[in-house]
Design a protein around this ligand. Structure first.
Ligand code: NCD
Length: 363
């Protein structure tokens, strides 16, 4: 079976296939109107969502398929204490493909380990969000025209922002990409991203403390919301929530061909006077999310029938039940019946990272 849990689960050629199919869908909508006739998508959303869930729904309906699921886990048997593994086994009996969003990191991986149908990670805690990455890539393709030789500024909550983690992973596979990290000290990019994604792939990154100082250097400015729901300390959120605000005045320093992306929802980090600037691509980005999810659903349903497309969910060098994860919100610490799975770190021999959420082992 083939799933999408991490953006790098897709090879570069598979990624091109999905982007090219999305572009064909944009040009030939009627050609795909019955492509998923008789197929069902289950959307299992344990966390709030507008764009991701409704773009999945809209994508499946435009392909002629149907959709079932829940948008509030409290209305499902989760409220009775059912595990993610058992819910997935159940839904596998009802649907041909599953899109899952969960507040537990690694939940989509556990779902995939227990599913008989393809599972798509629609966001797992502050870890990953690979279909937002597909959306971002299609937007970059349509707005900028290339993936190589781009300088991308990531601004806001780089610590908890799962869209940032997934996009940096995806971009680290292209040539000549440079990353500029614009965040307050408390919301900096996690060390595993710096060491095992940027350093490992020779992606240069700099950390700066204002967007003005780098604005003129950027091809893309990727703005993000400070992720209120991930903070344990409300006062800390209040101190950080207004850290970086993009307004029309600051945008004056940007190049005419620069593009502003944002996964949305926006709170106050982009003022509405930016919306009318042609460089503001975030509402066009939303529509790309539907097209790319149409392409993804089609490809995963096609690959589900092809044994050669199966990839290992658990890497061969995984060690079982010898360490405990240091992250509280990791599914291995939140649900029963989950094995602890760790892999050797490439940056520090003798040390290990959790397979579910990529955090360090607890000392
Ligand atoms: C993002 C998410 O859920 O991570 N939203 C989305 O899917 N478009 C970003 C966010 O919530 O800030």
């Amino acid at each position: 079976m083939r799933h999408l849990i991490d953006p790098t689960d897709l090879s570069m050629s598979e990624l091109d296939e999905i982007i090219n199919l999305a572009l064909d869908i944009i040009d030939n909508r009627e050609k795909y109107a019955d492509a998923c006739k008789g197929k069902k998508l289950a959307t299992l959303f344990y966390e709030p969502s507008t764009r991701t869930r409704l773009s999945f729904t809209s994508a499946m309906l435009e392909l002629g398929g149907s959709v079932l699921g829940f948008s509030d886990a409290k209305s499902s048997s989760v409220a009775k204490g059912e595990t993610c593994a058992d819910t997935t086994k159940t839904i596998s009996c009802f649907a041909d493909i599953i899109a899952m969003r969960h507040f537990e990191e690694g939940a989509a991986l556990v779902a995939a380990m227990n599913a008989r149908v393809p599972v798509i990670n629609a966001g797992d805690g502050s870890h990953s969000h690979p279909t937002q990455t597909l959306t971002d890539l299609l937007t970059i393709k349509r707005e900028v025209g290339r993936f190589d030789n781009l300088t991308i500024g990531f601004c806001g909550d780089l610590r908890f922002g799962r869209t940032v983690h997934s996009l940096i992973k995806a971009m680290s596979r292209y040539e000549g990409v440079k990353v500029v990290l614009i965040a307050p000290e408390q919301l900096r990019l996690p060390s595993y991203m710096k060491q095992e994604v940027c350093d490992k792939n020779n992606i240069p990154y700099v950390e700066v403390s204002s967007m003005e100082e780098v604005m003129g250097d950027l091809d893309i400015l990727y703005m993000t919301r400070v992720q209120k729901e991930r903070f344990l300390d409300e006062d800390e959120f209040d101190r950080l929530k207004d850290s970086f605000i993009l307004d029309a005045e600051k945008l004056k320093k940007a190049r005419p061909e620069m593009r502003v992306l944002h996964p949305l929802p926006r709170v106050n980090e982009i003022t509405i006077d930016v919306d009318k600037d042609p460089r503001a691509a975030y509402f066009r980005q939303v529509e790309n999310g539907k097209f790319v999810r149409m392409a993804l659903i089609l490809k995963l349903l096609e690959w589900a029938k092809d044994e050669s497309k199966t990839i290992d969910l658990i890497p061969a060098d995984t060690i079982r039940n010898q360490h405990v994860c240091s992250t509280k919100r990791c599914i291995s610490n939140m649900e029963t019946g989950i094995e602890y799975l760790f892999r050797p770190r490439t940056d520090k021999p003798g040390k290990f990272r959790c397979v579910y959420c990529e955090s360090k082992a607890k000392l």
